[in-house]
Design a protein around this ligand. Structure first.
Ligand code: DHB
Length: 371
């Protein structure tokens, strides 16, 4: 996304990717684009397939005590979300990059970055290559090399591990719902999401150390039926074509920059998945970065780059709070006492009965407008 935004502003870049192209476009990730993300894709001319194949959603359902409560985004804040798989966005961006004939190198190995000189070295097809850049964008994820290239003592890291993970499945069955369902149940959280009229995406809260081998398909469906149970509503089953368990954490570094290295997306921050903010936060980062780099390279104005971290971190902390809040309201905690359980219930009752509280959820879920 960053490379494309820079290209639109006449700035050259080279994209380095560790994996091969098939891996990148097939890896199943989240599927909710907030309003600002859809707008960004459209404005950059890469939203055409999203608009054809994605689905606009104007609300979600919160389900607990076997009852449904709708949060109406359109009514509460006049905004919406788009259900469109993250890997579809990645596919569209790769296609555009390749159609433009611009450098996007797959299966690049042993990348070394120097934040002081903005020099990048890497291996491709067994040969060592060197790039003499003006700036480096570390968009290489939580396990990438860029964050570790910052000298010790510069970054302050903050991490919180949650005592649960999500077991996610992709099933070849028409979704049993038109809108996403976030369910809070005695046995734990469950989420019914969708990908297309024939493809459903569902999640279950599980122990983060659990092994997917312990979850044969029948057990997954049984647990989903239990947690989504509501009179008069049926969860349809279908063949499970993908499944895996992901741990959950909140993580971030401050600042998000050092020298000529600028971290963006998961390289700088991870949010728990409740609320589907990961990709959206990454897009918000690179919007800021693209504009700041453009002002520097075109107008010799460094103020945007100097402020990059501070500008991004305001949104990052807002989203950290929202993702933590959604997570805490909807999951079972192993050590929770009766008071915590009743507090969760009070929060759910408030969000589903007060217009003010529901608006707080709606404006955060659809994404706060860009500042
Ligand atoms: C999806 C993932 C999320 O984390 C979420 O909150 C909603 C939807 C998804 O994969 O569709």
């Amino acid at each position: 996304m960053l490379a494309h935004l820079l290209h639109l502003n006449g700035i050259e870049s080279v994209v380095l990717e560790l994996r091969d192209q098939d891996y990148v476009v097939q890896r199943v990730r989240a599927g909710v684009l907030e309003q600002g993300t859809m707008d960004t894709l459209r404005e950059a001319g890469v939203g055409e397939r999203m608009d054809r194949q994605g689905a606009i959603h104007e609300g979600i359902e919160l389900r607990y005590d076997r009852a449904a409560h709708r949060i109406d985004f359109a009514d509460l804040c006049g905004r919406a979300i788009m259900v469109y798989g993250q890997q579809e966005v990645v596919k569209d961006l790769i296609e555009r990059r390749q159609a433009d004939g611009l450098p996007l190198l797959f299966e690049v190995d042993d990348v070394k970055v120097d934040p002081d000189t903005a020099k990048v070295t890497f291996t491709q097809d067994g040969e060592r290559q060197e790039l003499d850049a003006r700036a480096i964008a570390g968009c290489d994820g939580f396990h990438g090399v860029c964050r570790d290239a910052v000298p010790d003592g510069v970054l302050t890291e903050r991490t919180r591990e949650y005592p649960f993970g999500w077991l996610g499945i992709l099933a070849e069955v028409a979704p049993s719902t038109h809108e996403l369902i976030y369910a809070s149940h005695e046995r734990g959280f469950a989420l019914h999401s969708l990908r297309s009229p024939q493809l459903s995406r569902l999640y279950l809260q599980v122990d983060p150390h659990d092994d997917i081998e312990n979850w044969p398909d029948e057990r997954i469906w049984e647990e989903l039926h239990t947690r989504f149970e509501k009179p008069g509503w049926t969860l349809e089953e279908g063949p499970i074509v993908e499944k895996g368990i992901t741990p959950m954490r909140s993580f971030l570094v401050e600042p998000m920059q050092h020298g000529r290295l600028y971290l963006a997306g998961d390289a700088a921050h991870i949010v728990p998945p409740t609320g589907a903010k990961g990709l959206n936060l990454a897009v918000a980062d690179v919007r800021v970065l693209a504009e700041a780099l453009t002002r520097w390279l075109h107008d010799h104005d460094e103020s945007g780059l100097d402020a990059y971290s501070d500008t991004c971190l305001k949104r990052v902390w807002r989203v950290q709070h929202f993702s933590w809040w959604m997570t805490s309201m909807l999951h079972r905690f192993p050590d929770e006492d009766d008071i915590q359980r009743r507090l969760q219930r009070a929060e759910l009752d408030y969000v589903t009965s007060s217009r003010a509280a529901a608006t707080m959820l709606a404006e955060n879920y659809t994404g706060m407008p860009y500042g």
